[in-house]
Design a protein around this ligand. Sequence first.
Ligand SMILES: *Cc1c(COP(=O)(O)O)cnc(C)c1O
Length: 220
Amino acid sequence: MDIAARKGGRNPETVRLIAVTKTVPVEQIREASRAGARCFGENRIQEAVEKIDRLKGEDLRWHFIGHLQKNKVKFIFGRFDLIHSVDGAELAETISRKSLEHGERMPILIQVNVSGEASKFGLPPPSLESTLRAVAKLEGVQVRGLMTIPPFDPDPERSRPYFARLRELRDRCAGMGIENISLDELSMGMSSDFLVAIEEGATLVRVGTAIFGERPAPGK
Ligand SMILES: *Cc1c(COP(=O)(O)O)cnc(C)c1O
């Protein structure tokens, strides 16, 4: 990771590894923690809640990286430090309202669908500016940056243009002077392409398989 950061002209300290623990049992999470991992990512709220509550008392940080339904927002408080996957102003409003009830301000990233793939969650790039302007006004959330998931391709070089696109979108929006938001974080890159993502500016890489091995196929 350090080499990829330097190759991209970046300070390696600006890149954080999120160990993605979906389907990974708590014993293995404890092991990863003993090996030095600090920040963990989950993409399904029910599974996350169970595991996080069992691991209470350990010094772990949790990020939510999956699709979040509005009726599940109540589960994030007291558990997650950052929500990577906010894909619209409506969801941000729900999070904001509930955060204020908890006396909190929840840090979030806005998920952008840079590839335009129909099956992926995330905002289409042309809606990003208006969404940021709307979300900036919400007192219960704090925008910290952007997130994307490119179409899967075993060749990481095929992901590079999408990562570059997210960085360009970020740079453009950061230049608009929208108050009350920060766009410092770029959450991009998974097991197959996190080195390329770091070269293109990722500050958060979400890595599961490369740390914990292959997951069981869905439905097993
Ligand atoms: C599962 C998942 C990852 C990690 O994927 P790997 O290929 O196992 O590294 C990253 N981001 C999201 C949103 C995920 O759901």
